[in-house]
Design a binder for this molecule. Structure first.
Ligand code: IPE
Ligand code: IPE
Ligand code: MG
Length: 256
């Protein structure tokens, strides 16, 4: 009888990651919380609550590997259209998670940043956010950016307005406007371009996320719903990324 027992040995894909070829910047569209809850006959907010541990695992796994920058899409400029109760719960969850995760950020030397129109966030959310940003500002290992009330078109509109003002005030010449100048005016000004974009839940769209910054990102879509996303899923996405040839317009032969 004993011989028939199947012994399952979990072999992590982590060992298959080439640490010399890590993506500098990973961005994730954390999607599928609502469907995860619905599948269990629960309210959508139950999915958001269960998404928190997936955030922790992803942040930890990224820091452990040595990823420089991780950007997580947590709330879009469009998400205000959701039922007020859900919006309130999401904002509340953010406050409790930030408070709880501060120790993870300290333990892993993680600097927290936020991108988006932050001034429109509820006062309590903004206050907690600013507190954690201040407490982690000297951390060096990884920059974790939370996209909150973030919309890429909104961001680009701001960039255009700021640059237009500088042109008007003779701080910038129109002829000098280039990619470097535009990068410097984005919320992501201190971050490298996104190398790897992951979206969970099987949806294959960008939903107004980092349109400029993903110009040459490799995109991995996975069916996994966000609350089920594990360190292994991140490792597998990185391995997928590492198996691709990034040509940046050149031919395959030119890269050899
Ligand atoms: C992502 O999960 C979380 C946020 C957008 C805040 P959803 O809430 O969009 O989950 P689905 O897409 O409805 O399953
Ligand atoms: C995108 O997810 C926003 C976040 C993950 C925060 P949504 O679930 O809101 O995207 P759409 O509306 O289905 O495209
Ligand atoms: Mg969704």
């Amino acid at each position: 009888m004993g011989e028939n027992r199947v012994i399952r040995v979990m072999i992590s894909s982590k060992a298959n990651i080439n640490l010399e070829k890590l993506p500098h910047h990973i961005a994730i569209i954390m999607d599928g919380n609502g469907r995860w809850a619905k599948k269990r006959g629960k309210f959508r907010v139950f999915g958001h609550e269960n998404g928190v541990k997936a955030v922790r695992n992803t942040v930890e796994a990224s820091a452990e590997l040595g990823i420089e920058a991780l950007t997580l899409y947590a709330f879009s400029t469009e998400n205000w259209k959701r039922p007020q109760k859900e919006v309130d719960r999401l904002m509340g969850l953010l406050v409790s998670s930030l408070n709880n995760e501060l120790k993870t950020f300290i333990k892993n030397d993680i600097k927290l940043c936020a991108i988006g129109n932050l001034e429109q966030l509820p006062e309590k959310t903004l206050k907690t956010l600013k507190k954690v940003i201040e407490a982690t500002k000297d951390h060096k290992k990884m920059t974790l950016s939370l996209a909150l009330n973030y919309g890429s078109r909104d961001e680009i509109i701001n960039v255009v307005k700021n640059i237009a003002n500088k042109v008007k005030n003779n701080i910038i010449n129109t002829e000098d406007i280039d990619q470097v100048i535009i990068n410097k005016h984005l919320y992501t000004q201190n971050l490298p371009d996104v190398d790897l974009l992951i979206r969970t839940s099987g949806e294959q769209r960008i939903s107004n996320f980092l349109l400029w910054q993903i110009a040459y990102a490799e995109i991995v879509f996975t069916e996994v719903l966000w609350p089920d996303f594990k360190k292994e899923d991140l490792y597998n996405a990185i391995i997928d990324y590492q198996n691709r040839e990034r040509r940046f317009g050149k031919t395959s032969e030119q890269l050899k």
